[in-house]
Design a protein. Structure first.
Length: 378
């Protein structure tokens, strides 16, 4: 009888053990699914930020804030090599530590990590120690995880997360952190074109206007507030002739004066750039192309009424008289020039390719009759 009871108890215990193991596996499975859903949600948030009309630096800082908040990380810093130097793209660490953080690639403790593309975890064991890369910042970070960042096997920088606690990452699930790192790399890769466009923007020295690249980066958040805008490209069709028959300085003066005329008429929400050489672009943010006709007629008239005059002046020249070189004074003739402008206008719709639209406008101006000077709508 006792043996039977013992056997029953053993069977019950075994059944309970099996049941508990089954429940534990279900809980782990649920937690894994929950974590996957959380990671997917964070990745979706990353992608949403990538698609917004903000600068690359602002986007990366917002992404860094999500990482810190969602994963409970004390400090997070993303450092990227921009081709000339290592720069911090996102961090929540005080500026006094930035120099240290941009030189981690030179620290011996991390060099093997960079060379092998593997993460590196370091921590201290007592309060009197400091992490190897720290200079005078013992109280800030007491453990850190360093991740080199690679795009298509090309090293581009690193991400480091830090904690003010010793052994803070001992039990951290490295697979989750790898997911975060991969998301950071995806974002950096996706935004590399935008970053290049923002950094290539130049200001034209004759006009003070931004270059064409400005249209495709920072300016977009101005006119993309509206679903539709009018885009006008115009060309100084006789600029080359002015440069040849008068001089290049007069051509430069023509360009500068035209720019000043247009700038004086620009509303704050409009964008005006020197597109390339004799071509300029105006984006009338939130305006239909039909609504700019009178404005452009007046603008065209004012520009073509412009006359740049180089007054006659006495100059010294060397002439050969009776076989001798003689320096004499001559009157340099007065020169003048007026620009002729050809306009082409089309509509831009938010979310469509502005680059392709400008290419179409440029092709039209370049293929038009060399004497055509009017306002065209395509």
């Amino acid at each position: 009888m006792i043996i039977a009871i013992i056997l029953i108890l053993v069977i019950v215990i075994v059944v309970l053990l099996i049941y508990n193991i089954s429940i534990q596996k279900k809980i782990e499975s649920y937690n894994n699914i929950n974590q996957q859903i959380n990671n997917l949600s964070i990745l979706q948030e990353f992608l949403k930020i990538v698609g917004e009309e903000e600068s690359v630096d602002l986007k990366l800082n917002r992404i860094n804030e999500i990482i810190i908040e969602q994963y409970g990380i004390k400090y997070s810093t993303i450092v990227v090599f921009d081709g000339a130097e290592y720069v911090i793209k996102a961090t929540n660490v005080d500026k006094i530590h930035h120099e240290t953080l941009t030189n981690l690639h030179n620290e011996e403790i991390f060099q093997d990590s960079v060379n092998t593309a593997t993460p590196k975890y370091i921590t201290i064991d007592n309060e009197n120690e400091k992490l190897p890369y720290q200079k005078v910042e013992m109280g800030r970070a007491k453990s850190a995880m360093f991740f080199p960042l690679y795009i298509d096997n090309i090293y581009i920088g690193y991400w480091i997360m830090e904690s003010g606690r010793m052994h803070a990452f001992d039990k951290t699930d490295i697979t989750i952190i790898e997911v975060i790192k991969d998301n950071i790399i995806s974002v950096l890769s996706t935004m590399s074109y935008q970053d290049a466009m923002e950094n290539i923007i130049r200001v034209d020295k004759f006009t003070g206007l931004y270059s064409a690249e400005y249209l495709y980066s920072k300016a977009k958040k101005t006119f993309d507030k509206y679903p539709k805008s009018a885009v006008c490209m115009f060309k100084i069709i006789n600029l080359e002739e002015i440069n040849e028959k008068a001089n290049r300085q007069m051509g430069n003066d023509i360009v500068a004066e035209i720019s000043n005329i247009v700038k004086a008429k620009m509303a704050s929400q409009y964008v005006f750039v020197r597109y390339m050489g004799p071509k300029f672009v105006i984006v009338f943010s939130g305006v239909d192309e039909d609504s700019v006709e009178e404005f452009l007629k007046d603008l065209k008239q004012e520009i073509e009424d412009l006359e740049i005059v180089e007054e006659a002046e006495e100059v010294k020249v060397v002439k050969v008289i009776n076989g001798k070189r003689v320096r004499v004074r001559e009157l340099k003739e007065e020169k003048s020039a007026s620009p002729k402008i050809n306009f082409v206008v089309s509509s831009y719709y938010k979310g469509t390719g502005l680059e392709q639209l400008n290419l179409k406008l440029e092709e039209y101006l370049d293929s038009a009759d060399e004497n055509e000077s009017k306002i065209n709508y395509i």
